[in-house]
Design a protein around this ligand. Structure first.
Ligand code: GFB
Length: 312
């Protein structure tokens, strides 16, 4: 542990932030966190005052407006505005108060829609974006450029990582705004409980996605913070993908659902494939630990416990 270390996890109630708190907690790193009612990250004066008072030595910027394909397509103004504001405020306050290191999270979905597969970090800004999440992607790309620019102009050490699609405990299970894994867990679970004969899966089932358990992501973020400096991006993935149709089959099996899967072609497929090239991450000495099937089993168990507690 570094002397006088104090780590601010922004967004500690979210999927990524809560995993970071769990992971940093294992190393007994001194943490500072604030819920939204205590600190509005969209408010520049409040963010500056918080940084001046708390003086964190390191920051993990896990606060972001995120959502699945439909949420991105429906609320693009919210996605671009919130992410730009939060990033601008936190980065400036971090610079102003001399934060020694900051981790910024991009996303695999901000690479060009038709990037080469697996996607190397060098593919950023080399082609048109996926239209369903262009607003989100532009905000996230602006965040990466902000980190790079601050490093160049002010000598900060703001590191940017590019996580693949994530899942795990604490995810958003709202069917309109969630990502595919929580949506499928909920749909198959509810159909199983009520013995419904079919479950609808959006799109054609042919797009391929790579999925990483959020506890692996948190471990990778901490590893990158400890072993990487500067503006070169680092992809964080597991290096394997599968078609959505196959994922749906796997979730059905894990849940114990025995009915049929039907594909809803009125819903968007999004980008055809986004598998990350994880050569750089592997060279830093990091490997994922949680295989998809085991991660799904754990997440389904968590969801069932949580639903029961919530009375849903
Ligand atoms: O997870 P998802 O919403 O995000 O969708 P993206 C992945 C694929 O799963 C798409 C299909 O082809 C969806 O059509 N899918 C099938 C479903 N059934 C469902 C369902 O019930 N719900 C959902 N949500 N999808 C997002 C971006 O893209 O990826 C974000 O829009 C974000 O910006 C995230 O960064 C990582 O992978 O298509």
């Amino acid at each position: 542990m570094i002397v006088d270390q104090k780590v601010f996890v922004a967004g500690h109630r979210g999927l990524v932030g809560s995993a970071l708190v769990r992971r940093l907690g294992q190393d007994r790193v001194p943490l500072v966190t604030r819920v939204r009612a205590e600190l509005d990250l969209e408010d520049p004066a409040a963010v500056t005052a918080f940084f001046e008072r708390e003086r964190p030595s390191e920051v993990y910027l896990a606060a972001a407006r995120v959502g699945g394909i439909l949420a991105n397509a429906t609320y693009p103004a919210d996605f671009i505005r919130n992410n730009l504001l939060v990033t601008l405020n936190v980065l400036e306050a971090a610079r102003h108060t001399g934060v020694t290191k900051l981790l910024y999270l991009g996303s695999s979905c901000i690479y060009p829609k038709h990037a080469p597969q697996p996607i190397p970090e060098s593919a950023l800004l080399t082609g048109p974006l996926e239209p369903t999440n262009q607003a989100y992607a532009i905000a996230k790309i602006a965040g990466i450029e902000l980190c790079r620019s601050y490093n160049h102009q002010y000598g900060t050490n703001f590191v940017s990582v590019m996580p693949t699609n994530l899942y795990g405990p604490g995810d958003n299970f709202d069917l309109d705004t969630s990502h595919v894994i929580p949506a499928l867990i909920r749909k198959f679970h509810e159909a199983h409980e009520a013995t419904v004969p079919t479950v609808s899966v959006w799109g054609s089932g042919t797009p391929r996605r790579e999925f990483l358990h959020v506890d692996d992501l948190a471990d990778a973020c901490v590893h990158v913070m400890r072993h990487h400096d500067g503006s070169d991006l680092v992809n964080i993935g597991c290096g394997e993908d599968l078609p959505i149709g196959e994922l749906a089959q796997m979730v059905a099996e894990v849940v114990g659902y025995r009915g049929d899967i039907v594909f809803d072609a009125t819903k968007p497929d999004g980008t055809p494939r986004k598998l990350l090239d994880v050569t750089r991450l592997a060279a830093l000495g990091w490997q994922p630990r949680i295989p998809l099937r085991r991660g799904l089993e754990e997440t389904v168990a968590w969801y069932r416990r949580t639903v029961r507690v919530g009375g849903g």
